[in-house]
Structure formats: structure tokens, C-alpha cells
Design a protein around this ligand. Structure first.
Ligand code: ATP
Ligand code: MG
Length: 598
């Protein structure tokens, strides 16, 4: 089973994973964007020396030491430097935004592909569901995260390097004192990263509960039952409780990091005042020119606000979001289900040998040591009490889940060795908990085989076989009627939905699928109609391997063989009369039902 790898991802590790991902989206635009960012940084850095030049030339002109063209040139330089800075600023911001949008789309697709490649059993695992939830949340953060670090490297750092050279040239002590001013803020942000990453781990499971309770109150599939049960207040309380808990986690994290930040900011401010005093002192001692004083005085403000932006806004965001980014990256490292694309022989028998399976987080196995051979073309009925392992067994046979012990093979190919698509290609299955797509009737049926045209003729065929008559229910737009109230369509009854699901399975089975599985999709259909459907089903499945699960033992007589499940084990197998003669579990179940029919 695929679980998260415990490999630690640190701040730089995440950066080095993300940058190639981002660059790959459009390498040429990416390179141009980075070059512009560096040019942007230099344009900021150049402002201080140009300002110094302007003030010095102006003061020389004022004291009669220079002529006016000299001062005018200073003004032209200053204006040009500002104009270039503004132009580069606009271009860099525009490129940032455009590129991010593009990357977000690409990463979303990559994430969806990842999810679809996971072993389906992962979705039974609450831990994996948590990770998935966190990964979806962290995906966009990851782009901003890497983009922000890039911006630090291509804009903020080159800018500060330019400024450091400039300040060093004027007075070396200035560089040292600047560094002292900014280090407290840097330390706070490292603390912040730790605090928020911990809080994120704590809040993910709570958020999942919180979202679920909200769904129980507002979602369409829940609200009727919630009202009738009078459970509204109950769910609201649970919702409120998890909200309180969630806020508590967030509040504690924010309070911790805000307190630290406040303390450090006071230290920084002291340093800032110190620098100003140092400047004034140097000017009065004649160590620096008026121009240098003006330029440094002007740029300390800019440096302070850029450094604050870098540390608090950018680095802070990086640190605060790192928990989510790490979750996203960890999720993307989760192994997808392996297996090779192989051609499975359509005439192959299905063999189960010593198959056991336990759901993630379950204590007991749902299927235990089942050995069974299903001949090509055989019709098998699977019966047994609730929870006896019928659904799990068919999920294993269809290759949806892989056994923990034992082997299931189609011909010589085990479900473990083959890729999901090569197994599923051969199978049409309708499960107990089938989907009700909020889409047209045509899509609801045709979705099972998107490579086959869902034309009216074919749909008419499969609907008739599934006992579904679209004329019965007054579908205004025929097969294009929406099966959704939310999208201006109609809703169906439970039994009608089941027939649509069966039609979907039949539509898929038309094109050479050799195995067809029905896991009790008929529970809401009356017994007489169910028998009719199964009879038609047997007709269609004549030359296919068919497996159907049912509780109604009246329908199983037409199977070649009946498999009886009990407590996850294969208890008995044989024909109806053999099993009745045997007088075991099947006979007991049959007699119990017979009473109801008599
Ligand atoms: N997602 C799950 N996580 C943990 N345990 C599960 C999960 N799904 C099923 N089980 C357990 O596995 C066992 C077999 O369940 P399964 O759904 O296969 O039974 P079933 O025979 O199909 O029952 P039913 O007639 O009610 O459909 C049960 O004990 C059930 O509690
Ligand atoms: Mg079941």
C-alpha cells in the first residue's frame, strides 16, 4: 500500500524540487523573467549613486564650482534611472503574475494525474485522504513559495549586494550596522516557519472533519435526511466544535509568532535610529559629502522597506506556508500504483489463490484466504450476509484493490503485476455505491466507454436491457436531459438511478469486455424486475465471465455457480440444488428468505 515517504523535505530541498517544475512550463519565458528580475534589482541599486551624483553636482553648481550643464546632466541621469526602474518594475510584476497563472494550471493537472495514479485502496485510508487534502491546499502555495525564493535570489539579494558595495565605498561601518538591524527580523521568521508548520499538521484532520460537518448540513445529498432526523443542531454543534478547535490551533500559532516578531521589531527599530545618528555624525565630521548623505539617507528608507518586504512579507510567507508546501511535495512523492501495461488474454480464467485483504486502519481482514477459480464464460453469483466480504471480494477480483496475501491472476498475469488500465480494460463493473453524475442521461451512460459513440440507438438498447425507459419519466430533452436539479434538469428515483447505472455497465460491456460485474446495483429495484434484469443480464453475459452479488436468493438460481461468503471466508460453493442439499449457510439463508416470499 502506498503511504507517505518519511523523507524530510527542508526549505531548500523544496525550492530545488519546485524550480525545475516551474521552469519546465516555459523555459524561454522563465529565463527572460529571471533576467528582468536581476535588471530590476540593479535599477534599484543604481538609484543611490545617481542620487549622490545629482546632489554633489547640484551643490557644486550652487557654490559656483561647476557650470549648469554638469548639474543638468545629474538631473537627466536621475530621471532616467527612475524611469528605467519604474519600467522594469511594471514588466517584472506583469511577468510574475502571468507566469504564476500558467504554472498553477500545469501543476493542477500534474496533481490530478498523481491522484488518478494512486492505488484506489488509498482512498480508504484516512491518512492518505488527509495528505491529499493538504496537498491540494499546498499546490498553489508551492508555486508562490518557489517564486518568492527566486525573487529573493534574483531581486532582493542582487539589490542588497549593490547597496552593500555602495555603502562600503562610503563608510564600511554602515554595512555592518545594516546587517545588525535586519538579523532580528530574520530570526523571527525562522521561528515562524517552525510554528506554522506544526500548526498545519495539527489542523489538517480537524479541517477535514469541519468540512464534512458542513457538508452534512448543506450538501444536497445530506440535507433532507439531516432535516428529517432533526440532526441539524447536532451537526451544527460538531461543526462549531471543530471550528473552535481549528481557531484555537491557528490562534496559538499566530500568538506565538506575533509575540516573537514584536520583540524583534523593537530591536530593529533601535538599530535603524543608530544608523541615522551615524550618518549625521559622519556628515558633520566631513567624512561624507552632502550628496552621499542625501543618497544614503534616501536609500536607508528604501532598504528598510525592501528588507522588511523581503523578510516579513516574502520570507514570512515562505516560512508560514512551508508546512503546506512540504505536504504538497510529500504527496507528489507518494508512489503511484506500479504495474506494466500488458495484454490480458480475453479467454483467460480468473484464479484466486489464498487471497486475504485488510482495509487500511481496520483490525480484522475483510477477506481471508479465499481460493477460487472462475472459468471463462462462467456466471458466478456471490451471496452472504452483510459485511461478509462480497464487495471486497469483487473489488479484489476487478483489480481495484490488491490482495495483502495471495495472488489473483487473469491467465498468468497477476493483478499486482499489471497496470490498472490493462486490467480495467477488460472489465465492466457496476458497484453498490455507483455514481450519480450531475450530467445528461447520455453522459451518465456513455461515460463508461468514452471511446464509443453514445448514440440514441445504442443507448436505447442498453436502457431496454437495464429496464430503463426514458419515455416513462418524461425526459424533455431525451437522452440529453440533465439528471440534476441543480443544473436545470430532473432527478430520478433510487431504482431509476440503479437502472441507469446498470445501463452504464452494459454500455461498457458492449465492446469486448470479457468480465462483467454487478455488485448489487438492484437493491432499490423490485424483486420481479430484478429477476427480469438478471435474466437479460445472463443473456448478454452468455459468452462473458459474469459475477454478480445479490441478497435476493431468488435471482441466483440462474448462475452456473454460487459462492457463499461468511466472515470474509469462502464458506461454500456449488449450484443452487447442490448447496440446498448440503444444508449449510446457503440453505439457512435461502430458507430464511423463502418464508418472506411464502
Ligand atoms: N473502507 C473500509 N474500511 C474498513 N473496513 C471496511 C471498509 N469497507 C468494508 N469494511 C469491512 O470489511 C468487511 C467486508 O465488507 P464488504 O463491504 O466487503 O461486505 P459485503 O459482504 O459487501 O456487505 P454488504 O452486503 O453489506 O454489501 C466488513 O466487516 C466491513 O466492515
Ligand atoms: Mg457489499
Amino acid at each position: 500500500m502506498s503511504k507517505l515517504t518519511s523523507k524530510k523535505i527542508n526549505i531548500w530541498g523544496a525550492f530545488f524540487i519546485m524550480v525545475p517544475k516551474i521552469a519546465r512550463v516555459s523555459p524561454a519565458v522563465f529565463s527572460a523573467w529571471q533576467i528582468i528580475a536581476v535588471a530590476h534589482a540593479i535599477s534599484y541599486g543604481v538609484i543611490a549613486p545617481v542620487t549622490q551624483y545629482f546632489f554633489d553636482s547640484a551643490s557644486r553648481f550652487a557654490s559656483g564650482q561647476a557650470k549648469w550643464p554638469d548639474a543638468a546632466l545629474g538631473l537627466v541621469f536621475l530621471a532616467a534611472a527612475h524611469a528605467i526602474k519604474q519600467a522594469l518594475n511594471g514588466t517584472a510584476n506583469f511577468m510574475n503574475l502571468q507566469y504564476y497563472r500558467k504554472v498553477e494550471g500545469v501543476l493542477a493537472t500534474e496533481l490530478h494525474e498523481k491522484i488518478s495514479g494512486l492505488s484506489p485502496v488509498s482512498f480508504e485510508d484516512t491518512q492518505v485522504l488527509d495528505e491529499m487534502n493538504k496537498a491540494v491546499q499546498g499546490k498553489d502555495e508551492a508555486v508562490w513559495y518557489a517564486g518568492t525564493i527566486l525573487l529573493m535570489l534574483t531581486f532582493y539579494i542582487p539589490y542588497f549586494v549593490c547597496m552593500a558595495f555602495y555603502l562600503f565605498g562610503i563608510k564600511p561601518l554602515l554595512v555592518v550596522s545594516l546587517a545588525l538591524v535586519f538579523s532580528p527580523t530574520l530570526i523571527t521568521q525562522v521561528l515562524r516557519a517552525k510554528v506554522f508548520s506544526k500548526a498545519e499538521d495539527k489542523s489538517a484532520p480537524v479541517r477535514r472533519e469541519f468540512d464534512y460537518y458542513e457538508c452534512c448540513i448543506t450538501a444536497r445529498e445530506y440535507f433532507r435526511e439531516t432535516r428529517i432526523l432533526g440532526a441539524f443542531a447536532y451537526f451544527r454543534k460538531l461543526y462549531g466544535d471543530s471550528l473552535v478547535l481549528l481557531n484555537k490551533i491557528r490562534f496559538r500559532a499566530s500568538a506565538k509568532s506575533d509575540m516573537a516578531e514584536l520583540g524583534m521589531q523593537i530591536l530593529s527599530l533601535g538599530g535603524y535610529v543608530g544608523i541615522l545618528l551615524l550618518l549625521v555624525d559622519s556628515l558633520l565630521n566631513g567624512e561624507i559629502s552632502v550628496g552621499a548623505f542625501a543618497a544614503v539617507f534616501g536609500s536607508v528608507d528604501q532598504m528598510f522597506s525592501l528588507m522588511k518586504e523581503l523578510i516579513v512579507k516574502n520570507f514570512g510567507a515562505v516560512a508560514g506556508n512551508f508546512g503546506r508546501v512540504r505536504n504538497y511535495l510529500k504527496f507528489m512523492q507518494m508512489p503511484v500504483r506500479s504495474g506494466c501495461d500488458v495484454e490480458i488474454d480475453k479467454n483467460a480464467d480468473i484464479t484466486l489463490s489464498g487471497v486475504s485483504f485488510t482495509y487500511p486502519a481496520a483490525r480484522e481482514s475483510a477477506v481471508t484466504s479465499v481460493s477460487l477459480s472462475i472459468k471463462k464464460g462462467e456466471t458466478i453469483a456471490v451471496v452472504g450476509e452483510n459485511g461478509s466480504g462480497k464487495t471486497t471480494l469483487v473489488r479484489l477480483i476487478t483489480g481495484l484493490y490488491l490482495p495483502d496475501e495471495g495472488l489473483i491472476s487473469y491467465g498468468g498475469v497477476s493483478t499486482e503485476a499489471a497496470s490498472m488500465s490493462s486490467i480495467f480494460k477488460n472489465i465492466s463493473a457496476v458497484f453498490q455505491n455507483f455514481q450519480r453524475y450531475q450530467m445528461s442521461l447520455r453522459v451518465n451512460i456513455g461515460i463508461s466507454d468514452v471511446n464509443t459513440a453514445a448514440d440514441d440507438l445504442t443507448l436505447g438498447d442498453v436502457c431496454a436491457q437495464a429496464g430503463f425507459d426514458k419515455n416513462d419519466t418524461g425526459f424533455a430533452n431525451g437522452y440529453d436531459t440533465m439528471l440534476s436539479r441543480e443544473f436545470n434538469g430532473v432527478d430520478l428515483s433510487g431504482g431509476e438511478w440503479q437502472r441507469v447505472a446498470i445501463a452504464r455497465g452494459l454500455f461498457r460491456s458492449r465492446r469486448g469486455r470479457q468480465v462483467i460485474v454487478l455488485d448489487e446495483p438492484t437493491a432499490a429495484i423490485d424483486p420481479i424486475e430484478e429477476t427480469k434484469i438478471y435474466n437479460r443480464f445472463a443473456e448478454i453475459a452468455k459468452d462473458k465471465t459474469a459475477i454478480y452479488v445479490t441478497h435476493r436468493l431468488g435471482s441466483v438460481k440462474l448462475a452456473d455457480r454460487i459462492i457463499v461468503m461468511k466472515d470474509g471466508r469462502l464458506a461454500e460453493q456449488g449450484t443452487h440444488s447442490e448447496l440446498m442439499g448440503f444444508g449449510g449457510e446457503y440453505a439457512r439463508l435461502y430458507k430464511a428468505q423463502e418464508q418472506w416470499y411464502v
